[in-house]
Design a protein around this ligand. Structure first.
Ligand code: SF4
Length: 461
């Protein structure tokens, strides 16, 4: 059992290219059919229709929302699906114009007629809305529901959204917190580090061994992702003809090891490489860890690889401190702002990942709670206003490179915080509030619609 408060909602193993546009819709499609089965209408289904609204309509094709929904309707789960099977499953659905609902009930399916993109309409709760409907053999509506993909792969139904359930409820956790100030106060009062506070809270929902095992699984999945990215050559899918860079950079780095003795900034090349590897895997639809979104999935792994391979005394406990602390910071953003590019722009994805990674790195390096808060604040302060403008609606330009920049910025933020001698003027809570307000003021063009920014100035060919 987990809770909305759990850090495991921020680190989920899934597939690329987008947590909100791929992982969330896949989960929503499957959940809709499971709920239809619960309402005893599933067996009478003869047709399914899907309507996509807002950002899901604008960038859904480029982000693979259409494919994700077909897979979800077939009963696939993002954390379990074999990325190598996806292509053939989709080909089968499209060639035969049939879909097997939950993998068991075949119904005719015409993508043109049964999947509708509403470009001029947005549903009330969130820009990423979708409606699913089931019909019987006489085309009479059997069951319909609306879901929202609210960021990081999380979904809520219409009913849940309207009930205004807080994004993160206060539950039985021994150390509940809603703000960074509360988190710091808990630390002072109980003499605990942030990672210890988070661990104690997580122990409400699972035992410590399970928590540690799950965190190491996440770290392993991140390392596997980097490894695959380093060795996968070629052009990324989607039509932009973006060449994968990570394998070439990797080969050049290992071919000239002595360069690092002459140029200490080679470390930056390695950090960039780890991030490129993850985000190229993500863009290719591979297995990635949402951290806290797929578009920004490279930053935390890149900074963790930096910690594990390029700092003097890394250890496994440092890895745990990193993830637990980064998770606490992510919870603050989820609760007080957003981690959805469609809601607040890229500051909510790359900015949040940078902030989480900066704080996580300080924790891994045994920094204090105050230094963690400061690093996380710096990590966001210099991402404020960052827009989401993916070229061609694909999670490639600027996303891939932006993760490399975010990772280096996170390391710099951690270093600045740990070298700082006194109090800082801007608090993490203030910067989170500023990010939320900036996101509210940002034009829709710059919030994952591909209607502004680079998306309109770079020719897609
Ligand atoms: S620009 Fe940023 S928020 Fe937008 S898709 Fe790319 S990584 Fe995600």
């Amino acid at each position: 059992m987990t809770s909305h408060n759990s850090i495991f909602n921020l680190f989920t193993i899934g597939i690329g290219p987008s947590s909100s546009h791929t992982v969330g819709p896949m989960k929503a499609a499957r959940r809709f059919l499971l709920e239809a089965r619960g309402h005893k209408v599933f067996s009478r289904a003869a047709r399914v229709s899907i309507e996509l609204f807002g950002s899901l309509a604008f960038t859904g094709k480029g982000h693979g929302t259409d494919n994700a929904i077909l897979l979800g309707l077939q009963g696939e789960i993002p954390s379990e699906i074999d990325p190598d099977s996806i292509e053939s499953t989709l080909q089968d659905i499209r060639a035969n114009r049939h879909i097997r609902l939950l993998g068991e009930k075949p119904v005719p399916f015409s993508e043109k007629g049964d999947m509708i993109f509403h470009f001029k309409e947005t549903l009330p709760y969130h820009p990423n809305g979708m409606r699913f409907s089931l019909y019987d053999t006489r085309n009479k509506l059997l069951y319909s529901d609306i879901y929202y993909s609210v960021g990081g792969g999380a979904i809520v139904s219409e009913q849940e959204a309207m009930a205004e359930t807080p994004a993160i409820e206060t539950d039985e956790a021994p150390f509940p917190f809603s703000t960074a100030a509360e988190l710091l106060e808990l630390g002072r009062k109980h003499g605990l580090s942030i990672h210890e506070i988070v661990l104690e809270n997580e122990k409400c929902w699972q035992d410590e061994d399970t928590i540690r095992e799950r965190l190491f699984d996440i770290w392993q999945a991140m390392q596997d992702c980097v490894k695959r990215g380093l060795h996968s050559e070629g052009i990324l899918p989607g039509g932009l003809k973006v060449q994968r860079r990570a394998p070439g950079v990797y080969q050049r780095l290992i071919a000239n090891p002595e360069n690092s003795l002459k140029d200490p900034l080679t470390i930056i090349d390695w950090v960039n490489l780890y991030a490129l590897a993850v985000n190229e895997e993500n863009a290719a639809g591979g297995r990635v860890v949402t951290a806290p979104t797929n578009g920004a999935a490279g930053i935390i792994p890149a900074v963790m690889h930096y910690y594990a391979r390029l700092t003097p005394n890394p250890d496994q406990e440092g890895i745990l401190r990193f993830l637990l602390t980064a998770g606490a910071i992510g919870i603050l953003y989820k609760k007080n702002a957003s981690i959805s590019g469609a809601e607040v722009g890229c500051q909510g994805e790359v900015g949040v990942a940078c902030s989480m990674a900066a704080g996580g790195l300080v924790a891994a390096l045994d920094g204090s709670n105050d230094e963690i808060e400061h690093a996380a604040e710096i990590g966001m302060e210099h991402n404020l206003g960052l827009t989401c403008d993916p070229v061609g609606g694909l999670v490639q330009i600027p996303c891939i490179e932006r993760n490399a920049m975010g990772a280096v910025k996170a390391i710099n933020a951690a270093r600045m915080a740990m070298q700082s001698t006194g109090a800082h003027k801007v608090s993490l809570d203030q910067v989170i509030a500023t990010m939320r307000q900036t996101g509210q003021d940002m034009k829709t063009h710059y919030k994952e619609t591909s209607l502004g920014g680079l998306a309109v100035n770079v020719i897609e060919c």
